[in-house]
Structures are given as C-alpha cells and as structure tokens.
Design a protein around this ligand. Structure first.
Ligand SMILES: Nc1ncnc2c1ncn2[C@@H]1O[C@H](COP(=O)(O)OP(=O)(O)OP(=O)(O)O)[C@@H](O)[C@H]1O
Length: 323
C-alpha cells in the first residue's frame, strides 16, 4: 500500500443466507480519483461499498480504507469517510442548519460556506420535509463533506432527480473532483458515470467484468460507428457498393433516400473520403458513436451494436438483466 491508495479491496467475498452476492472482487481507488461502480441491479455494488464503509463484514478477502480495516477500526475510520447512502433520510422537521449542527464534529468545515457552495444558503431555515429532491441530495452532499473526509462514498446520488437537479448535483461533484476529493460513486446513470468518473468498474453477479476509463471501456466493448446521410442521386446503388467495400465497413443499408454505414471506427474516415471523391457532402451527414451504456450492455451480454437511439431503447433491459 502506498500513500496514494485510499481503497484497496482484494478477494472480497460476501454471501447473504448462503447466496454469494460478491465473489473474489478486487478494487482500487487512488487519492484524488473519482471511481464509479456500474452494472445491473443486484450486481453487488451496494454490498461492496457497504463492506468498504464497514457496515457489512466480508466473508473473505481484505478491505483497507486509508490503511485501516473498516470493520475492526471503524471508529478511527468514520471521521475520515463521508457517506451518502442509497437510503439516506433525515427527520422531516429537522432544519438544514440544525442538520449541520447535528453532524458537525470539532474538525468540521464551515457549514455556511458549504451551504453557499452547494446553493443551499437560502434554505438554511427550511425543514428537511420541505426540500425538493435535488435540495435533499445537495444537503446530503454537504453533510458528507462537512467533516473534511478523505474519501466520499455516494450511492445513487441522483436517482429520481429531474434533469436540472441532476445537473446541479453533477456540478457539485465536479467541484469536488476539481478540488482533489477522492470519490467512490455507485450509479445506474451511465451518462453520469461518463461525465464524472475518471475510472469505472463494471460489475455483474458479484464480479468485476472490466474496469478502466469510460472511453477505454467504450473503445474495448463498443468499437463501432454509424455514418448516416441522405442521398437522392441516381448513383445510390453504386455508392452503396463502394461503401460496402470500404475498410472497416460491416453493413450498408439504403432506405427512403437515407444511407446508413455501420462498421468499426475506420469507416468514418473512409466513408467521408468516398463522399469527397464523389464531389458531394450531404448537409445532413452525421456520425453516431456508442456511449458507455452501449459498452456496458455489450459487457452484460445484451446486444448493443445498434445506433445510440436503438441502444437507448434497450436500456430497460439493463435493469432486468440480473434479476
Ligand atoms: N441484507 C440483505 N439480505 C439478503 N440479500 C441481500 C441483502 N442486501 C442485498 N441483498 C441481495 O444481494 C444482491 C446484491 O445486492 P446489492 O444491493 O449489493 O446490489 P446492487 O448492485 O447495489 O443492486 P442495485 O443496483 O439494485 O442497488 C441482490 O441480489 C440483493 O437482493
């Protein structure tokens, strides 16, 4: 272990009533990194972070957080880890400022400053029950940061938030990331993981399927591209044949004046060159590239080599994949 290792998990195993839900899991989070755990429902993401937080005792393996064992050295670790759990809640009548007083230790940062930073100053006298979903999540972020933690654990932070509130919370996390805070994030929102995480760890059925930068996972598991454009000239059959022969082309379809070329990333350049060679660049020329969602669907064994719009339509499958 070095100074930079904040979380080190080796061979973690956890079962509930004899059912194995985390199996031989390794995970590393270095200082200043934002790492996302992604995967299907029931993959064991929450169980893993609960073991890291010392809320569950592993059946096997080692977990070290800032060099400490979270189950045996919980008291020493607690002040160094800020958590927002999936089921976070506060008493309805507790006011924002009172929650800050309640959670602040002697080492705490200024609550006022944090409320200002997360746009909650105006709500300091408001009762928890009167806060919107986005305000509640921002308050949980404030509370998780209050005692200057060296690691922040966030489990489905933006679940159920409207797009504007989600963006507010993203902006707050980006601020934390820029300030060098180490964050372990559990999320089903893959655009969120792509936007916020330095590295993601994809899990299924208690195991790590792959890990890396979001762009690396996309390049590894969803290495295709789709080029589309309208073409009304009468050389369309000849054009389609030329496109089919391009390096990297896998499938070319022509329907209703629309041409679609699917293939690996090389096809983008070659299709463009073919259009240039024919002296016409359609105004509606566009390239669609897969995202992290497509990569994860492939990893989970769900066919995802479709256009982003089709991929999105299959997204609910992701939720049911592991049930
Ligand atoms: N306390 C418990 N007792 C028994 N089984 C549990 C318990 N907590 C979780 N499980 C089961 O363990 C498996 C892993 O659950 P876990 O919550 O860790 O997965 P997850 O990846 O976080 O899922 P989700 O994305 O749905 O939150 C699931 O099948 C779940 O039903």
């Amino acid at each position: 272990m070095t100074e930079r290792d904040v979380v080190t998990v080796r061979g973690l195993r956890k079962n509930y009533g004899g059912r194995l839900v985390v199996e031989n899991l390794d995970l590393d989070v270095a200082a200043g990194e934002v790492v996302g755990l992604i995967g299907a429902n029931g993959a064991g993401k929450t169980t893993t972070v609960e073991c890291i937080q010392g809320l569950r005792r592993p059946d096997a393996g080692t977990v070290r957080v800032l060099g400490l064992d979270p189950t045996r050295q919980a008291a020493a670790l607690r002040p160094q880890v800020g958590s927002q759990l999936q089921s976070s809640a506060l008493p309805d009548r507790l006011r924002v400022a009172e929650a800050i007083e309640l959670f602040a230790t002697r080492n705490a940062r200024s609550g006022e400053e944090l409320l200002r930073q997360f746009g909650l100053s105006e709500r300091r006298r408001s009762a928890f029950a009167s806060l919107s979903g986005g305000e509640r999540q921002r308050l949980f972020l404030v509370l998780s940061l209050l005692n200057r933690p060296r690691l922040v654990i966030l489990d489905e932070l933006t679940q159920g938030l409207d797009p504007a509130a989600r963006r507010d919370v993203w902006a707050a996390i980006t601020q934390l990331r820029d300030a060098g805070t180490t964050i372990l994030l559990v999320t089903h929102e893959l655009d969120e993981a792509e936007a916020l995480c330095d590295r993601v760890v994809a899990m299924r059925a208690g195991r790590v399927l792959d890990a890396g930068r979001p762009a690396e996972l996309v390049a590894r598991h969803a290495p295709w591209a789709v080029v589309r454009f309208g073409w009304t000239r009468d050389d369309v059959t000849d054009l389609a044949a030329a496109l089919r022969a391009l390096p990297g082309a896998r499938e070319v379809s022509v329907a209703g004046g629309q041409v679609e070329v699917r293939g690996d990333r090389r096809v983008i350049a070659h299709a463009g060159a073919e259009l240039v060679r024919r002296g016409e660049i359609p105004d509606d020329l566009r390239v669609e590239l897969p995202d992290l969602e497509a990569a994860l669907l492939t990893l989970l064994g769900v066919r995802a080599d479709a256009s982003p719009s089709t991929t999105r339509a299959t997204a609910p499958t992701l939720i049911g994949v592991n049930r």
